[in-house]
Design a protein around this ligand. Sequence first.
Ligand code: URA
Length: 210
Amino acid sequence: MDQHLKIVDHPLVQHKLTLMRDAATSTAVFRQLLREISQLLAYEVTRNLPMSTRQIETPLMTMDAPVIGGKKLALVSILRAGNGLLDGILELVPSARVGFVGLYRDEETLRPVQYYFKVPQGLGDRLTIAVDPMLATGNSSVAAIDLLKQAGAKDIRFLCLLAAPEGVARMKEAHPDVPIVTAALDSHLNEKGYIVPGLGDAGDRMFGTK
Ligand code: URA
């Protein structure tokens, strides 16, 4: 992927995102929309995967048919909101290996605090896609990518639903080699570190915890 930031402006993505932003959207509908949108975003983030061929027999002839090459890709969910993106993508790429990075945001300092880390073996040979719906300050995203690189990942992409300019700049500074795919780049962060106009707390909205 050559672009550092790819905004997926497909009408289906933008329409679903608008429904998700709407504060009147219920938890159940929000979760369903997140699943759907995650698959559309996954289509984009996996667009240029390396390909190889496999010989198959169609009912008519033998054919060298295209298949995704290389090692199974690794999806890494940044807990807890990342799980909302993970589920939909796993439906599209069921053989992907899955990892989890547990980081929560200290609401005073807005700094990430790690509480869990478990990733697949052989990350260095896999395309690793880190998923987190909200790229806000970028603190937790940068910390998660730091951990993935320490674990050996070399080819990393970051998939989110919404990004703030502050988070994109922070990621570009810390990890210029990690392309970001998102549905929208919003205006700014508020004083509490929420993306504006945003959609609120993604975790709370998908799990109904508020
Ligand atoms: N995390 C969220 O869930 N929402 C924001 O707006 C920022 C960070």
